[in-house]
Design a protein around this ligand. Structure first.
Ligand SMILES: Cc1cc2nc3c(=O)[nH]c(=O)nc-3n(C[C@H](O)[C@H](O)[C@H](O)COP(=O)(O)OP(=O)(O)OC[C@H]3O[C@@H](n4cnc5c(N)ncnc54)[C@H](O)[C@@H]3O)c2cc1C
Length: 447
């Protein structure tokens, strides 16, 4: 039976069960729903895409190491056999807590419980020019665009005899030396070392330069001092030009202007310097942190609301141990999703939540190029090949779908033995935004 207005403008089966609307099929959303399979809720899952994406491997798509479909899974396929789940591809635009409904681009939907699992988006810190002229690394589409952008620039570089032009086309700038920036820089350096001279013999290694720009005084700021230092050494050893204590002020598509006024010619810049909570309008009374994450209590209930919850990157559970909320990592999202499912079942039966959230930190991992990684697990620290094997195993096991696991492991095995990255394809051209140059005089950085 199809539900009629006034309960919803989106056609949904009528139900006597409490309706749980979930926005976002990321790590948090899907782990919440898996624990609610065929339980006494009608779950309406909304996502603006029809797929779940595995963000930790986006950088491998960006450098042509993996095809996008190996790190994505169709949401409908994920939930085969779920009798209590309805998926609608829709973007939540606004929440109306006073009416218990969400406004989406396909209409509005009433809820009994609403869970925001909408993750985070790139934070450009108000630098609007940079948000137009550079690319972030949060979406599959961005990873594909970075791949095209890099390859297009190399194709253009072999056409020109103008050395300044060639220089700009082969300088790749990555801003932000967190795990995403470090992994992308390491992978690009590996591309330069093992593929460039075979694919582009005209471009000798003097041409392609990879700059990693970081405002702080270290790379991988979330890791220990020793791990940061080791990562910095590995990056420099493999040829990445790491610029610490350096900010980026402008980027017009041609020239990167650094905080000290120096200019760096570059036709490609990727911004991985920060993320912020991504949530729709309407939660007027709620509070948020500096990274625009919604403040939640120990049950992931958004402050000020009884039946609205936030889990994963979008939520900040502030405590003395985590004054800015938990780190924006997949394990936090997974654990919050699972616990909220238990709490909702309990709440619906007994009117009270079962358990407060406690984060079980299983450690951090980051890889830098091939066969090198850094792992911190409790008091233990690993680096080099063993850490890389650990990194590969964790990522392979976390990938969704048997087929994806097989394809990714085969890709890695081939790449491990041959250094080959087979997906160096410009399937869809990327058209970068170019702004009129904001400076006439160049005070160039000489690396
Ligand atoms: C490049 C990169 C590398 C990373 N590497 C690691 C790593 O190595 N280890 C690690 O633990 N973490 C890593 N992370 C972080 C990790 O991916 C996130 O912490 C995790 O994805 C958060 O899960 P989530 O469910 O909160 O959000 P997401 O996984 O971001 O999911 C949010 C979902 O909500 C949907 N959505 C957003 N807005 C709306 C809306 N308005 N309406 C409907 N749907 C919406 C999105 O389409 C998406 O499917 C990395 C992140 C990036 C970007």
């Amino acid at each position: 039976m199809i539900e009629q207005c006034p309960y919803s403008t989106v056609c949904l089966p009528a139900t006597n069960l409490p309706r749980l609307v979930v926005a976002g099929a990321g790590f948090a959303g899907i782990n919440l729903i898996k624990k609610l399979k065929n339980k006494r809720f009608q779950i309406v899952l909304l996502d603006k895409n029809n797929y779940h994406k595995f963000q930790p491997l986006l950088y491998q798509v960006a450098i042509g190491g993996l095809e996008p479909d190996t790190i994505t899974t169709p949401i409908r396929k994920l939930f085969h056999g779920y009798k209590n789940l309805i998926f609608r591809m829709a973007e939540v635009i606004e929440i109306e807590p006073e009416n218990n409904r969400v406004i989406t681009d396909i209409g509005w939907i009433r809820y009994d419980y609403f869970v925001l699992a909408s993750g985070s988006k790139t934070n450009f810190f108000g630098l609007s020019e940079i948000s137009e002229t550079s690319l972030g690394l949060k979406e599959i589409t961005e990873a594909i665009d970075i791949r095209s952008w890099m390859l297009q620039n190399l194709e253009k570089a072999v056409l020109t005899c103008d050395s300044d032009e060639k220089d700009a086309l082969t300088n790749f700038v990555i801003v932000g030396a967190g795990p995403a920036g470090v992994e992308l820089a390491g992978a690009l350096a590996e591309f330069k070392r093992f593929i460039l001279n075979k694919d582009y013999p005209e471009l000798t290694s003097q041409w392609v330069k990879i700059f990693l720009v970081e405002a702080k005084d270290k790379v991988l700021p979330g890791m220990s001092e020793r791990s940061s230092e080791e990562a910095l050494k590995v990056l420099r050893d493999i040829g990445v030009e790491v610029m610490l204590n350096t900010t980026v002020k402008h980027y017009d598509g041609n020239t990167v202007t650094l905080g000290d006024g120096k200019n760096l010619p570059a036709r490609m810049m990727v911004w991985t310097a920060g993320v912020e909570g991504d949530y729709p309008a309407g939660l007027h009374t709620s509070e948020s942190t500096r990274a625009k994450r919604l403040i939640v209590d120990k049950y992931n209930r958004v402050n000020g609301f009884e039946n609205i919850f936030a889990i994963g990157d979008v939520a900040a559970m502030v405590s003395p141990e985590f004054p800015n909320g938990h780190p924006m990592l997949a394990p936090v999202a997974i654990q919050q999703g699972r616990l909220l499912a238990d709490n909702l079942i309990h709440f619906d039966k007994y009117g009270a939540f079962k358990k407060k959230f406690e984060y079980a930190d299983r450690g951090s991992l980051a890889t830098i190029g091939k066969r090198k990684a850094i792992a911190e697990i409790g008091k233990f620290r690993f680096r080099g090949f063993f850490a890389w094997v650990l990194w590969s195993t964790v990522h392979l096991f976390s990938l969704i779908g048997f087929k994806n696991k097989v394809i990714v492991s085969a890709n890695w095995l081939i790449s491990y033995m041959t250094y080959e990255k087979a997906n160096r394809l410009i399937i869809r051209k990327y058209f970068p935004v170019l702004k009129p140059a904001h400076r006439q005089k160049t005070n160039r950085v000489t690396p």
